[in-house]
Ligand binder design. Structure first.
Ligand SMILES: [Zn+2]
Length: 243
């Protein structure tokens, strides 16, 4: 099985890159994402209220980029309709990119403007339970998986990630992207987190529908997802029957 082969190879790579080895633990990453998002949103709420919540989209992205600069997160406008956005339940933030230095770029849709105008004076943006924060945490914790992958495996993963990034345009290529071991790892964590929070398991359904004809891929995904879930929920087992 491909994934198993990959994991075996990875063990060898891990040995080679021992110096840079980072612990990849979903709960640590999600907690980190939560804290990064929460702290930044508190600052954003403060800044926005100081200017009476009136701001243009691009200025908002600029302010956000400066707030999260120390976490090396930059915000850019969403490039448009990204495939499978709906299935991923993405509204304000569809995806991100992490480069070889670990710098993260997050794409924001203009829907954020509606959200901010609704939120003003009513509720703080900084509550991690709010819709935008939830999405932010999900996308960021996914990118933190990639940051850790970079830090652990560096150049070896570099080429395959770059290859997979550029090829999301066709059906087959999107499938290859979802199937690549580092994406499976990152999405499995996202899926586990969604289930843990009792949200609509969009990522789980995404993999289920895309790999309906490749049950062994889906099974591998579920296996990684269950492991992530166990870590996130502090030992609780996730029981899912796959037909
Ligand atoms: Zn990814």
């Amino acid at each position: 099985m491909r994934l198993k082969q990959y994991l075996n190879e990875k063990r060898i790579r891990r040995f080679k890159f021992k110096k840079q080895k980072k612990r990849i633990d979903p709960i640590v990453r999600i907690k980190k994402a939560e804290s990064i998002v929460k702290k930044g949103l508190a600052k954003l709420t403060k800044e926005l209220s100081s200017i009476g919540w009136s701001i243009e989209f691009f200025d908002l992205l600029k302010i956000m980029s400066s707030i999260w600069k120390k976490n090396r997160i930059n915000f850019i406008p969403d490039e448009g309709l990204v495939r499978m956005k709906e299935l991923k339940n993405a509204k304000y933030m569809d995806s991100g990119d992490t480069d070889i230095d670990g710098d993260i770029e997050l794409q924001i849709t203009t829907r954020i403007m509606d959200y901010i105008s609704k939120k003003q004076n009513k509720e703080s943006l900084s509550s991690i339970k709010n819709e935008f924060a939830q999405e932010f945490i999900r996308v960021l914790s996914h990118e933190l998986v990639h940051r850790a992958q970079w830090q652990s495996y560096g150049d070896i993963v570099h080429n395959s990630i770059l290859k997979n990034k550029k090829v999301k345009d066709s059906y087959v290529q999107y499938k290859e992207y979802l199937k690549s071991p580092h994406e499976m790892m990152a999405y499995a964590q996202d899926a586990a987190y969604e289930i843990f929070q009792d949200r609509e398991p969009g990522i789980y359904y995404l993999y289920q529908s895309w790999f309906d004809d490749e049950p062994e891929v889906f099974k591998s995904f579920v296996k990684i997802m269950k492991k992530s879930y166990e870590k996130i929920s502090d030992g609780e087992e996730l029981i899912i029957e796959i037909r």
